[in-house]
Write a new protein. Structure first.
Length: 295
């Protein structure tokens, strides 16, 4: 279990705990530590800022920022007093942090969420100029009065039922989108995302090898070499470079120290040779949640 499960899930998956979706969290006053980092008094204030500065530009195709982190931190501190990378990571975990989850767990989250709103993806607009790409699913957006507060956005926000949402997620999974869950002042859960290489956090963390933005999944995958035919069709699907091909053996191998456990490679395997196992069952990967520390 990742550290959020220990701190916010009593040793179970934190994102499946109903209390982390509770309305009470939205309006409770933040602690002085949280306020110092985030510079707002409540989560609802934080979410309104986020909506205004990240979601609204995506909806209206008005992105002015290039290469900004997704859900940019609200801190206004000047650069010469910016914290160290270690402190930044601690702060990001307090403010806004993600975790990869496979389709099975994404569906469980959808079952828990009492309201799901599909909306435009800010990362794809910022990084690829793609307009109205609707891969971002806000949770409880309508329940906190967002539609009234941002009437210009209301027509492009699609409130979906659970079955429709799951159907869309399964389609995205087949297409190779990785699913991520994000907090808004941890542990409050604010959204489920379907991301590719245009995700700002993926770019910053994985492509540019910057500070961590999300945990690996509670799983890793493995290939059954008795079944694998070595077709290699699963290799390009992996956004984390976890797969290698052995020409000598004619099989694909997964490096457990690189696998983030997204599970999207499974859909490419016509032979059902790839399965997910709980991360703790892997001696090599059990305690790897953030950067690969082995290289
Ligand atoms: S996290 Fe993913 S779905 Fe959400 S805005 Fe970024 S790329 Fe889009
Ligand atoms: S897609 Fe399946 S059969 Fe093909 S290389 Fe990958 S694991 Fe092996
Ligand atoms: S090998 Fe691991 S990280 Fe790569 S696609 Fe498969 S589950 Fe995801």
């Amino acid at each position: 279990m990742c550290e959020f499960c220990t701190k916010h899930g009593e040793g179970k998956k934190w994102y499946l705990q109903i209390e982390n979706y509770a309305d009470e969290l939205l309006y409770e006053e933040l602690s002085s530590r949280q306020k110092d980092i985030i510079e707002v008094k409540t989560r609802v204030e934080y979410l309104n800022n986020l909506f205004e500065n990240f979601v609204m530009p995506a909806i209206s195709n008005l992105s002015t920022e290039k290469d900004e982190p997704q859900h940019a931190p609200t801190s206004t501190k000047p650069e010469d007093v910016l914290p160290s990378e270690e402190t930044s990571l601690i702060n990001r975990k307090i403010e806004h942090f993600g975790q990869i989850l496979p389709i099975e767990d994404a569906e469980e989250v959808i079952n828990i969420a009492s309201s799901i709103t599909r909306m435009a993806c800010g990362c794809r607009l910022i990084n690829a100029g793609k307009k109205d790409e609707r891969y971002h699913f806000g949770l409880m957006v309508d329940r906190r009065g967002t539609f009234d507060k941002f009437p210009d956005a209301a027509s492009s926000l699609e409130v979906l039922d659970k079955e429709k949402t799951k159907e869309i997620f399964r389609r995205y999974d087949e297409d190779g989108m990785i699913h991520m869950i994000w907090t808004a002042v941890t542990p409050y859960v604010m959204c489920l995302c379907n991301c590719d290489r245009d995700c700002s956090n993926y770019k910053k963390y994985i492509q540019k090898r910057g500070g961590p933005r999300f945990f690996r999944a509670e799983y890793i995958c493995k290939v059954d070499w008795n079944i694998c035919k070595g077709c290699r069709s699963c290799m390009s699907r992996c956004q984390f470079g976890a797969k290698t091909y052995s020409a000598a053996l004619g099989k694909v191998f997964i490096d457990p120290t690189r696998c983030f456990g997204c599970g999207v490679c499974r859909a490419t395997c016509q032979n059902d040779a790839i399965t997910l196992i709980p991360r703790h069952e892997s001696t090599e990967a059990a305690n790897i949640w953030l950067k690969d520390t082995t290289r």
